[in-house]
Design a protein around this ligand. Structure first.
Ligand code: ATR
Length: 270
């Protein structure tokens, strides 16, 4: 049987086995997809061991995405730019690393939520790994403006410089956003995991704006609650992104893109 897995720590809570199980059922493929707990210091060894055991591919989740970059024999352009790997594809010699997080987000926005990014004012909150992973596909949509904002200017400036050959990213601090209006505000900070919301100025949402949290479940709630209170017309968590990035991984592994709508509906109803 074709074997895949998600590697992380902790990983027991991961929705990926369920998602890929539903994709497999759709395609009629008999495959196994497990969640395997791997500590950071074990990752290199585990990748060798699971290659020898015949595994065909992995998803990586916290805390392995950045560390895996140097463990891949080949690295796709998306993973290189993102500085992170969320998908490993078996090669004869080892693993090819790719990153489907950014394309997953953009597909969720365009196809599931019906949002246009082209010509819109887009704000990304946070300048860590999650933000880095989405800048390239966002720029490819040609927003009118792409602003990346942090508590201090250093990380946003660094990210804007790293992506300057792909398009204009304006670095900013949360404080200096005062007076701006955005059509789409994406929360790429990890503040929600501690039940917090970045400290932001009032009235950032333009009429009709969408607030989107890259996290899902309870970690997305603080930001989305704040956004509702600020008059955001629409709010979405990152469940759609999760399903879409999984579908892109499935496509890389098996050459077949699953139908994500019924899978997303099944996850939302449970
Ligand atoms: P990830 O790889 O998931 O993006 P990360 O690299 O730790 O995680 O980045 C987390 C981001 O969330 C950072 O941009 C951080 O902001 P700073 O750059 O200002 O440090 C942001 N963040 C974390 N906790 C936060 C909080 N309580 N309020 C605001 N921003 C927070």
């Amino acid at each position: 049987m074709d074997c895949y897995a998600v590697l992380g720590q902790p990983v027991a809570h991961s929705r990926s086995p369920r998602i890929h199980g539903l994709f497999a059922a759709q395609s009629g493929a008999a495959l196994s997809y497990k969640a395997i707990e791997v500590a950071p210091e074990q990752l290199a060894h585990k990748l060798l061991e699971l290659h020898a055991a015949g595994y065909l591919g992995f998803n990586l989740t916290l805390p392995h995405k950045a560390a895996a970059v140097v463990l891949c024999e080949e690295l796709g352009e998306r993973a290189e730019r993102a500085g992170a790997v969320n998908t490993l594809i078996r090669t004869a010699a080892g693993w090819r690393g790719d990153n489907t997080d950014g394309i997953g987000l953009v597909r969720d926005l365009l196809h599931n939520l019906g949002v246009t990014i082209a010509g819109k004012r887009v704000l990304v909150l946070g300048a860590g790994g999650a933000a880095r992973g989405i800048l390239e596909p966002l720029l490819a949509q040609q927003p009118a403006e792409l602003v990346i904002s942090g508590r201090n200017p250093w990380k946003p400036e660094e990210l804007a410089a790293a992506f300057k050959t792909l398009g204009l990213v304006r670095p900013c601090t949360h404080y200096a956003l005062k007076g701006d209006r955005y059509d789409l505000i994406l929360n790429a900070t990890s503040a929600g995991h501690g039940g917090e919301v970045p400290r932001l100025p009032e009235e950032l949402f333009a009429p009709g704006a969408l607030a989107y949290d890259l996290n899902y479940g309870p970690a997305a709630e603080p930001f989305l609650r704040w956004a509702r209170g600020q008059g955001a017309a629409r709010c979405a968590d990152g469940m759609g992104m999760l399903v879409e990035q999984a579908a892109e991984s499935f496509l890389l592994w098996r050459g077949q893109r699953p139908d994500t709508a019924p899978v997303l509906a099944a996850l939302r109803s449970s």
